[in-house]
Design a protein around this ligand. Structure first.
Ligand code: BJ8
Length: 429
């Protein structure tokens, strides 16, 4: 007989969640997951079972682990951007949880709080916090924001009314030498703040150990993505996206192990010629804004329209793991310089100019042998919408087929997007 699922209501109540709203949220998610992941896919790698379990228990066991970690004296940090360095948090006996929201379920909590023309990601993330439906937000000791886009800059002011928030200043013109010096200074200021919260001191030893672990996690993701270059790909884009999304909040040691197992299975599938899509499915590269859990909308549309997503040039994709460093240096200062260079190598549209992103996309099209590129932007996201126009022109000039999709988390435009995606995929012959 199957074991009864654990009832976590007492824990959620202790964390101050709105139980009624939270129950409603947890009713919607499993149905969506079943529809997108289970019913619409066949022949998935067996090691996806772990990631399915994690989503199925999204506010359960992991939150319980964090409650225990906190009781054991660990610092819990909530963050919203790749620019917040995992390594520094881990080195200071902390746990970094990526808090971005990928559903409009939480919008009820931001009406009259945020402008309506705010991007869906900010609305969702702020709504999860203010609406008391996110245990990860509730348990965090501190939220670390950053000055990337304008919407996020102002969102920190809103969140700071109900939660300790610390904002690190990310430079806008990052290629200038003084911007690098400023970013290094900002990383050091963040260290001081987190030392205060954690009661720990950052040392070269604990920082090196953290850099080693986070590098291993990114290396396993890179290894998994490498398998997607095969034809047929051994894993769907949806499944790979889910792995990236979960990596933002799961334990790094467990992720190293479980992504490693999945990558190994996918490598074996390539040897056997086992794929997940019918022969002739068109290989699509998605480039654009991050797709936070449970935003699976575009992947689902593409992968039910004779396409397969083989790569995401996004923060829930290659931007998360591509930029690397050598763990060299005997002092904290030297190691922070390594971190600064690594993070400034992430090509987010919030920086100006950001031409390296064009090079990244062109390179990834070749590496993943993509038949076409779908540029994905969230409505009201100015940085990525501006770049979508220039990127489309640059890619087309190189003979690369491009479709631009601007949308949000609502499902009303699904049918219209599907029609456009189907026509695009047909045009790729
Ligand atoms: S490094 S992409 S995670 S800033 S979609 S909130 S940009 S208006 S998410 Fe991002 Fe860091 Fe850059 Fe990555 Fe603003 Fe656009 Fe909304 Fe966005």
């Amino acid at each position: 007989m199957a074991a009864e699922p654990t009832d976590w209501h007492e824990m959620w109540q202790d964390l101050g969640l709105d139980l009624e709203k939270h129950d409603q949220l947890l009713t919607v998610l499993p149905e969506l997951f079943k529809q997108v992941y289970i019913d619409a896919q066949e022949n998935r790698p067996t090691n996806m079972g772990f990631f399915d379990f994690v989503v199925g228990d999204i506010h359960g066991i992991r939150v319980k682990e964090l409650v225990q970690a906190k009781a054991d004296g660990k610092m819990i940090v909530g963050s919203f951007c790749l620019y917040v360095p995992d390594e520094i948090i881990l080195a200071l006996n902390g746990v970094n949880i990526g808090l971005c929201g990928g559903t409009n379920f939480s919008n009820f909590a931001v009406e009259g709080v945020l402008p309506t023309n705010t991007c869906a990601l900010i609305k969702s993330a702020v709504g999860f916090g203010l609406g008391k439906i996110c245990p990860y937000y509730a348990i965090a000791d501190v939220l670390i924001g950053e000055t990337t886009c304008d919407g996020k800059k102002k969102a920190w002011e809103v969140l700071a009314k109900s939660k300790p928030v610390y904002v690190m200043e990310t430079p806008q013109l990052k290629q200038r030498p003084q911007a690098r010096a400023h970013f290094v200074a900002e990383l050091k200021a963040l260290v001081s703040k987190l030392e205060e919260v954690s009661g720990m001191e950052l040392t070269a030893d604990n920082l090196k150990a953290a850099m080693t672990k986070i590098s291993q996690k990114r290396a396993q993701l890179r290894r998994l993505y490498e398998t997607r270059k095969a034809n047929p790909p051994p894993i769907s884009g949806k499944d790979a996206l889910l792995v990236s999304q979960i990596t933002f909040y799961d334990d790094p040691d467990r992720e190293i192990e479980m992504i490693g197992k999945l990558a190994e299975e996918c490598e074996g599938r390539i040897q056997d010629g086992t794929g997940v899509v019918p022969a002739g499915a068109k290989r699509i590269l998605i480039s654009g804004t991050p797709q936070a859990i449970p935003n699976w909308k575009l992947h689902d549309i593409i992968e039910t329209s004779n396409g397969v997503v083989v790569c995401e040039e996004s923060c829930t994709g290659t931007r998360y793991f591509e930029s690397t460093y050598d763990i060299e240096g005997d002092t904290v200062d030297e190691l922070i310089e390594r971190l600064a260079d690594r993070y400034l190598g992430i090509n987010c549209a919030c920086f100006s100019p950001n031409e390296a992103r064009v090079d990244d996309v062109k390179r990834l099209v070749k590496e993943y042998n993509a038949d076409g590129v779908v540029l994905f932007t969230l409505s009201f996201c100015d940085p990525y919408q501006y770049e979508a126009i220039s990127l489309e022109n640059e890619l087309k000039a190189d003979g690369i087929k491009v479709l631009s999709i601007n949308t949000d988390y609502a499902s009303e435009d699904n049918a219209q997007i599907k029609t456009r995606v189907e026509a695009f995929i047909e045009s790729l012959d």
